[in-house]
Design a protein around this ligand. Structure first.
Ligand code: HEM
Length: 404
C-alpha cells in the first residue's frame, strides 16, 4: 500500500499533526513501515496496546542498542546517549534509576509546590498589565529550567543559558531555533555537548563545596551500578534531566492554553472551578502530547500484532497516535477535560516511564491554577507557529491577548 504521509519528514507536522492520517493508518496499517532517506527505515507503532507491548518488553525492544531517536547516530553520539538512563537497558537501567527514584516520588515532589508556585507567580507578574504576549518565550519558556535549576542547585545566573541550550537540544530540525546548525536529526550535537561540559564543571565545583541539601548532593553521594559517578557521567545526567524536563513541560503549558482557547466553553468551566484542573492537565497531555515518539530496536525476530519484525529493526512508539486510539478512548478526537479514565501514554509506560511524571503534573497543575486565577480572558492574537520537528510536538510562537 502506498504511504499516505511521510511520518519521518519534520515538515509533515508543520501545519499541525495529521490526525486524520494516523486514524486511517491505525485502521489499515497499525504497524506502518516508514522509509528514511539514506538510512534504514523504521516501523511506526500506532496502536495503544502495541505501544504498551513494546514499552513493557525492554529485553525484546532495546533502548540501548540504537538509542531512542530514529536517526542512526555516529558511534560517539550513540555512546553519549547510552550514558543517559532513557537509553539504558536492564539491568543497568534499573541500577541507575534506583538511587534517583526516591527523589522523584510523589510525596517528595509535593514538597516543591511552594517553590514552583513562587516561580510561576513571578513569571506571570512579569507580564501583568501587558495585553499581547508571545506566550512560549515571554511566559512559560523559563519556568521548567528554573524548577530544575532549584532541584539540582544550579546557579541562578546560568538558568537562561541552560534554557537556551535545552531548547536547541530538542529542536535540531528547526532552523529558527538552531540557526546554522539545523539538520534532519532531532537533537543538536553542539548544544548537547555544551550542556554536558557545563554539567562536568558544575559537578567538579560542587565536590569542593559543603552539601547544599539538593538533588546534586544525592547524585554525588550515591553509587550507581556499584560505583560513584564521574564528573563526565554527571554532565550526561544533567543533559538528560534538563532536556527531558524542559521543552516537554513548556509544550504541556503552551499547548494546554492553546487547547483551552480553542474550546472556550471548557476554558470557562475550568476557570470557574479549579478542581477541574488536574483532569484538564491529563487531557492536555493526551490531546497535545509533548513528544511524538521514542524509538527502540528489536533484539530478535518477533511480531507486533500481525506484523513480523526482524532483529535489528527500528521501532518507533507513536504516543501521538496511541493517545487517539479509538479502541481505548471514546470519541478520541474530542478534547474533553472531564475524560475519565484517561490512560494517555504521553509519559510512556513500563521500564522507562517518565521519572519526572510527578514533577511535570505538579508544574502543570500549579501553572494552570495560577494562570487561570490571574487573568480574566485569553484570546489568540495571531497564528500559533509550531516547532519544525518529527519528535517534539511543540509550539515556538503563541501570540495571546491576556485580559486582566
Ligand atoms: C510534560 C512533561 C513531560 C513529558 C511529556 C515527559 C515524557 C517522557 C517520556 C515519553 C519518557 C520516556 C518513556 C519511555 O521511553 O517509555 C520520559 C522519560 C524520562 N523523563 Fe520525562 N517527560 C516530562 C517531564 C519530565 C520532567 C519534568 C523530568 C525531570 C526532570 C523528566 C525526566 C525524565 C527522565 C529522567 C526520563 C527517563 C526515565 C527512564 O529512562 O527510566 N521528564 N519522559
Amino acid at each position: 500500500m502506498t504511504a499516505l504521509v511521510d511520518l519521518y519528514d519534520p515538515d509533515t507536522y508543520s501545519a499541525g499533526v495529521p490526525h486524520d492520517v494516523f486514524t486511517e493508518l491505525r485502521r489499515t496499517q497499525p504497524v506502518f513501515w516508514q522509509n528514511v532517506p539514506d538510512q534504514l527505515g523504521y516501523w511506526a507503532v500506532l496502536r495503544h496496546a502495541d505501544v504498551v507491548h513494546v514499552s513493557r518488553n525492554p529485553n525484546l525492544f532495546s533502548a540501548e542498542a540504537g538509542g531512542v531517536v530514529i536517526e542512526d547516530l555516529d558511534p560517539e553520539r550513540l555512546a553519549r546517549m547510552r550514558e543517559m538512563i532513557l537509553s539504558m537497558d536492564p539491568p543497568r537501567h534499573i541500577a541507575y534509576r534506583k538511587p534517583l527514584a526516591p527523589e522523584f516520588r510523589a510525596r517528595v515532589i509535593a514538597g516543591l509546590e511552594t517553590q514552583i508556585r513562587d516561580i510561576t507567580r513571578q513569571v506571570l507578574d512579569d507580564v501583568r498589565g501587558r495585553s499581547d504576549v508571545e506566550f512560549v518565550h515571554e511566559v512559560v519558556g523559563g519556568i521548567p529550567t528554573q524548577v530544575i535549576g532549584k532541584l539540582f542547585g544550579l546557579p541562578e545566573a546560568d538558568w537562561d543559558l541552560l534554557h537556551d541550550l535545552a531548547e536547541r537540544n530538542t529542536s535540531g530540525q528547526d532552523p529558527d531555533i538552531n540557526p546554522g546548525e539545523a539538520n534532519e536529526e532531532a537533537g543538536s550535537a553542539d548544544s548537547s555537548m555544551k550542556m554536558a561540559l557545563y554539567g562536568m564543571d558544575f559537578a567538579a565545583d560542587r565536590r569542593t563545596m559543603a552539601p547544599q541539601g539538593d538533588l546534586m548532593d544525592i547524585i554525588l553521594g550515591s553509587e550507581f551500578d556499584g560505583r560513584f559517578l564521574t564528573d563526565a557521567d554527571i554532565g550526561s545526567m544533567l543533559v538528560q534531566m534538563i532536556t527531558a524536563g524542559n521543552d516537554t513541560t513548556v509544550s504541556m503549558m503552551a499547548g494546554g492554553l492553546l487547547a483551552l482557547m480553542l474550546h472556550p466553553g471548557q476554558l470557562a468551566e475550568v476557570s470557574q472551578d479549579a478542581s477541574l484542573i488536574p483532569g484538564a492537565v491529563e487531557e492536555i497531555l493526551r490531546w497535545h502530547n509533548p513528544l511524538h515518539y521514542f524509538r527502540r530496536t528489536a533484539t530478535e525476530d518477533t511480531t507486533i500484532g500481525d506484523t513480523s519484525i526482524a532483529a535489528g529493526d527500528k521501532v518507533a512508539m507513536y504516543y501521538t497516535s496511541a493517545n487517539r486510539d479509538e479502541l481505548v478512548f471514546d470519541d478520541p478526537q474530542r478534547f474533553d477535560i472531564s475524560r475519565s479514565p484517561n490512560p494517555q501514554l504521553s509519559f510512556g509506560i513500563g521500564e522507562h516511564f517518565c521519572l519526572g511524571v510527578h514533577l511535570a503534573r505538579l508544574e502543570g497543575r500549579v501553572f494552570f491554577e495560577e494562570l487561570l486565577g490571574s487573568f480574566r480572558s485569553f484570546e489568540l492574537a495571531g497564528d500559533p507557529v509550531r516547532v519544525r520537528s518529527n519528535l517534539n510536538n511543540g509550539l515556538k510562537r503563541l501570540p495571546v491577548c491576556l485580559g486582566s
